[in-house]
Design a protein around this ligand. Structure first.
Ligand code: DLZ
Length: 158
């Protein structure tokens, strides 16, 4: 995380002064729940620390990362939702479908973002094993959920 990110609270106050009116949907994949749950916590806490109201953070769970795109579409088309954060974890060693799932989600999320003209954030880990995932979900490499929330805030303040 850069020093600019550490001052995000100042950033959001300056560039997104009405952040307390913004509504964020966070969609969480149930696969690898220890990882995605920790990423959700990171994203949720980062939004709260930056002034997002509790009632303006909507959590929705989906069975797996493959389902993130459709759920993102359902949330992005809602007029009351300003940004969508998709959280998932696809572990390479665990599925031969790895490439299909990752590529489908990346394309799906991109399409939803462009179609609804809203930030739809790709918070999907694609590690080689569970340890690498945990390292990025509150471990030695930080929490990619925090970063997904920061990205959503930055895009709304664009
Ligand atoms: C089926 C499957 C497998 C094998 N591995 C993962 C994974 O590592 N991470 C993940 O998020 N989802 C996985 N899934 C489930 C698919 O994303 C999807 O839910 C199913 O294929 C049903 O569409």
């Amino acid at each position: 995380m850069s020093s600019a990110d550490k001052n995000l609270s100042a950033f959001s106050k300056k560039y997104l002064p009405d952040i307390n009116t913004k509504v964020f949907a966070i969609i969480v994949s149930e696969w690898n729940e220890a990882v995605t749950g920790a990423m959700f916590e990171g994203a949720y806490n980062t939004l709260r620390e930056n002034g997002v109201r509790k009632e303006n953070i909507l959590r929705k769970d989906v069975p797996g990362s493959f389902e993130l795109s459709l759920a993102a579409q359902w949330m992005a088309k809602r007029e009351d939702v300003d940004a969508v954060i998709c959280i998932g974890c696809v572990i390479q060693g665990e599925t031969k479908h790895f490439d299909f799932i990752c590529s489908a989600v990346a394309h799906g999320i991109t399409n939803v973002s462009l179609k609804y003209d809203k930030p739809v954030i790709f918070g999907v880990l694609t590690p080689n094993n569970q340890q690498q995932a945990l390292d990025r979900a509150g471990g030695k490499h930080g929490n990619k959920g925090d970063e997904a929330a920061i990205t959503a805030i930055k895009m709304l303040g664009f």
